[in-house]
Each structure stands twice: as C-alpha cells, then as structure tokens.
Ligand binder design. Structure first.
Ligand code: AHG
Ligand code: MN
Ligand code: MN
Length: 334
C-alpha cells in the first residue's frame, strides 16, 4: 500500500517542482495549515467552548461579528504576522489592511482573507469555512507597503484556497497548476491529499442562489433560474447552504453554478471581491470552471477599494455559458 501524502510533503514537493515557489511561500502555506487546525479545533467544540453567538462588535461591513469570526480573524492574524513571509494582510473583519514587520518592509507576500465564511451558520452547526488568497508584493522589499500592494487584480494571485469545516475538515488550494484537496485526519491532526487534480464536472446540474433575491435580480438571472426550474425533469436541482465556501465546494465536486446577483437595492451584490470572489474565481479557473460578475471575468476586475463588493456567478462552464446566453437575450447591458 502506498503511503498517503501529507499537506507538508505536498507543499515541499511543489516547491521543488516549481522554482517560483520560494521558501517563504512554502512557510506561509504551512502557517495557513497550522492556523486552520487551531480554528478547526474551536469550530468543532464551539458549543462547549462558550464561543457560539455574537461578539457584540461589528466588522468593516457593519455586520454583527460572531465570536468565531473574531477568534478566526485573530488566529490567522497572529500566526501570519509571526512568520517572515507576510508583509501585509487584508481581512474582511478589519477596517483597514494590517502591515507586518515595520510597515510591511519585510515579507514577499500579501494575504487577503475571509477568516470565517458562513457566519450565519455557526450557531446551527452547519458547515463554514475560511477563504484566502496570496499575492506577491508590488512595492520593493525594504519599502513600506501601500494601497497598490493590496488592490491587485485577481489574475495576480499566486495562491488561492479555502478550508472547509464540514463533516470532515478539508483544505483546498491552487498555486496556478491545478487544484488539490486535503482532508484532515482528526486523530492525528494532519491533512492528507484526498482530492488530487480537482475539476468541475463539465455538465453542472445544481444551481445555488438565495431565492429571496430573485425578483430583484437582473432579468438575465431570472431567466436563467426559470430555465433551471423548467429543466427539473432533466435532473436540475437547487441547493443553497448559505455558506459560500460550502456551496462552492459542493458544486466543484458535483457540478453546478453559484449565483450571488446584483439586486436593485445592492447593485454590487453582497460578496467581497478581495476575500471571497477572487480566490474562488482563481480556484474555479484552475479547476476548469469560470467566474463572472454582471459583465466580465471576475479575475479581470481592477479593484478600487479593499472591501468592495461584486456580483458573483461561479461554477461549471456549461452553466456559465447558459447564463451568458441569458444576458445576451435580455435587455441587460452585457
Ligand atoms: P460571511 O459569513 O463571511 O459574512 O459571508 C456570508 C456570505 C456567504 O458565505 C454566503 O453565501 C452569503 O453570505 C449568504 O448570503 P444570504 O444570506 O444573503 O444568502
Ligand atoms: Mn464570507
Ligand atoms: Mn466572513
């Protein structure tokens, strides 16, 4: 029987295979694995640890923070700032970016993170996650970081990944050469390669949308969902958990499309470009899927602010194409 590959072994092997993966990036990925284990431990015992419920504070988006949002954010911050690889961090839970090591003068990389995705599912024991992406710094080493280091297009991502605290805990990531998934063995606290070379099935049969938004969504989205409903007899199904990372992961494995549309009252949608849309768009692209906003490839959007939001449609190519033809056949400006 062949020996299972651990996350650490996989990261080290990838470093040898791809010269651009420096020692700093290897250490950074390992640190994310460590932080994931700490957060996973708290998520698993949340009901016992007095860590359910609201923290009493609000985040940068004026959303009530849960205690686990705050715990996950401070854990990733503490571990990532302690290493030498990270110059700065942008977090969904922080008003502004955080500079490490003397105003970000050291460290080759910038991290963007949604420390706890699916906060509304924490208290009801439903799967939640962490989403992250890593960029190379733009300003030279030795100079303080500035806005341009954080406001990079999704095409510039070096790594994107997520951790899913589900019925098992998984870490899924890409360095731009495919997508690999690792499952944690809770008995020994180690991630093992369980899902090599993950690919969106070519034909998706699942659509994932908050149905309550549909009437306020663009006509193209309404038309697409109408078509899905009509195809129910062919096996089309609606599945929506309300944790983006979980909905994305299911659709990646089974084939489907996740939609968080623009609406009349929220023309930019709800999801955050830097912490949610870009990382999942990069993973989708690497897994043979695709991600768009109302008019273009998510990865091509030039961000103008750290916390900007974007409509988000991500998943299997055939369903993206179906949505595209709906944009073309309705009056929407696409
Ligand atoms: P977060 O918990 O990081 O704030 O993200 C919540 C997001 C996403 O996970 C989920 O898909 C979406 O919000 C659900 O929004 P609705 O409740 O509007 O459907
Ligand atoms: Mn989120
Ligand atoms: Mn979050």
């Amino acid at each position: 029987m062949s020996k299972a590959i651990t996350l650490q072994e996989f990261i080290m092997d990838s470093q040898a295979e791809f010269p651009f993966v420096s020692g700093q990036l290897t250490r950074l990925l390992s640190d994310i694995g460590v932080a994931a284990k700490i957060v996973n431990h708290q998520v698993n015992r949340a009901g016992l640890a007095g860590i359910l419920g609201q923290s009493g504070s609000q985040n940068a988006h004026n959303e009530d923070q849960q205690k686990l949002d705050v715990f996950a954010d401070s854990t990733f911050m503490r571990i990532l700032t302690a290493g030498k690889s990270v110059a700065g961090i942008g977090s969904e839970e922080q008003d502004d970016y955080i500079l490490c090591h003397d105003h970000g003068k050291e460290g080759k990389y910038v991290v963007m993170i949604d420390p706890l995705d699916g906060s509304s599912n924490i208290d009801v024991n439903v799967s939640i996650g962490t989403i992250f992406s890593i960029y190379r710094r733009v300003t030279p080493l030795g100079a303080p970081l500035s806005d341009q280091d954080f406001l990079q297009q999704g095409t510039e991502q070096v790594v994107a990944g997520y951790i899913l605290y589900g019925s098992s805990t998984m870490l899924v990531y890409t360095t731009g050469t495919g997508v690999n998934g690792f499952t944690m063995d809770p008995a020994i606290g180690e991630f093992f390669l369980s899902h090599p070379a993950m690919k969106f099935p070519e034909t998706g049969m699942i659509y994932s949308i908050n149905d309550a938004l549909l009437d306020a969504s663009p006509p193209a989205v309404q038309k697409f969902i109408g078509g899905c409903r009509e195809a129910q007899g062919l096996g089309l199904k609606a599945r929506y958990i309300g944790s983006l990372v979980t909905d994305f992961h299911r659709n990646l494995i089974k084939g489907g499309l996740y939609l968080y549309p623009s609406t009349k009252s929220n023309p930019e949608g709800k999801l955050r470009l830097m912490y949610e849309c870009n990382p999942l768009a990069f993973i989708a692209q690497q897994a043979g899927g695709h991600a768009e906003d109302d008019s273009s490839n998510i990865l091509d959007i030039q961000p103008t602010s750290l916390h900007q939001r974007s409509p988000f449609y991500v998943g299997s190519l055939n369903m993206i194409q179906g949505l595209r033809s709906c944009w073309m056949s309705t009056a929407d400006p696409k």
